[in-house]
Design a protein around this ligand. Sequence first.
Ligand code: COD
Ligand code: ZN
Ligand code: ZN
Length: 375
Amino acid sequence: MSTAGKVIKCKAAVLWETKKPFSIEDIEVAPPKAHEVRIKMVATGVCRSDDHAISGSITTPLPVILGHEGAGIVESVGEGVTSVKPGDKVIPLFSPQCGKCRICKHPESNFCMKNDLVQPRGTLLDGTSRFTCKGKSIYNFTSTSTFSQYTVVDEIAVAKIDGASPLDKVCLIGCGFSTGYGSAVKVAKVTPGSTCAVFGLGGVGLSVIIGCKTAGAARIIAVDINKDKFAKAKELGATECINPLDYSKPIHEVLQEMTDGGVDFSFEVIGRLDTMMSSLLSSHASCGVSVVVGVPPNSQSLSVNPLLLLLGRTWKGAIFGGFKSKDSVPKLVADFMAKKFPLEPLITHVLPFEKINEAFELLRSGKSIRTVLTF
Ligand code: COD
Ligand code: ZN
Ligand code: ZN
């Protein structure tokens, strides 16, 4: 029996308060309105940014359904939706692409002005949510809310992907993989034969390494304070791994000595101010490009001597690897299907959706790279 046009009752992980575990709740998901899409989630990754929302270091309205790295199948569409139809495999886009704003029309930029990231309203574009629980409206998270058996997203925040793709793998293209990979291939534009340094070897940092390798970097130096991360980094393309705790001098000095004055491309993939500065200083003062991938906790800032840039160094950053999401996600899925890069090594754990709190414990303890929750 078709569920189109009807309210769907299902399970979702609701965060009622910060610093508390999720409660698996029975919720109602209203049908999609015009230009909206209701999706049956099949798999979702657990990303560090979801944990930042739990801890409160990213602020978002509560109560909320988090999750932004999912993949699923379209259940029904609202009036006027043309880019997807029921039955299509899709990936929700936490960084949408409206196609009409100044940024979407810019050839190089990707951070669509219709995003719900900078000042989160916790709603769809019309200012409301389709979720209720115990008579209370529940907020959306980053236009996606994938920690629910069903979610509703705006059409500008969903991409149709190859019908043959394995959703329990390609869900990583919804955030972590694309953020890291794009930082190397699209934002830094890593060149063949170059030397790179990657600070932070979580799922995103390892995806930067995959990008550097794909782009033909000759040396990829992986930096992390957890040496247990080194084996996987090497498997994915790191040529050397260093632990700042093994040195008495600052790690940027170590990197400068290892690379004749500094690397061509450096990446901060941790989200800390001190490592952002180390990453910047480890890039060559005249020809280096340093990319900020991590986001520091709310309202922290760095004070920087302009001379660090005056000799020619470039300092930049991007969300979602600089990719225009709706255009790029289907292509990234196609590239995965064509075996241009792997996703499997990033997935260390697969758990049923109900074990979501366990998945976050694995992330916090540093035991997982990515846990994929299946519905
Ligand atoms: N020096 C070196 N390594 C460190 C240090 C340090 N001082 N502190 C921590 N690390 C290592 C950890 O051991 C770990 O291996 C790694 O850094 C971080 O990995 P994870 O697993 O915590 O994180 P990821 O890879 O899932 O995500 C990292 C981000 C920086 C991308 C993320 O936290 C973030 O800031 N996201 C916001 C950026 C963004 O684009 N957001 C949009 C949606 S996610
Ligand atoms: Zn994420
Ligand atoms: Zn736009």
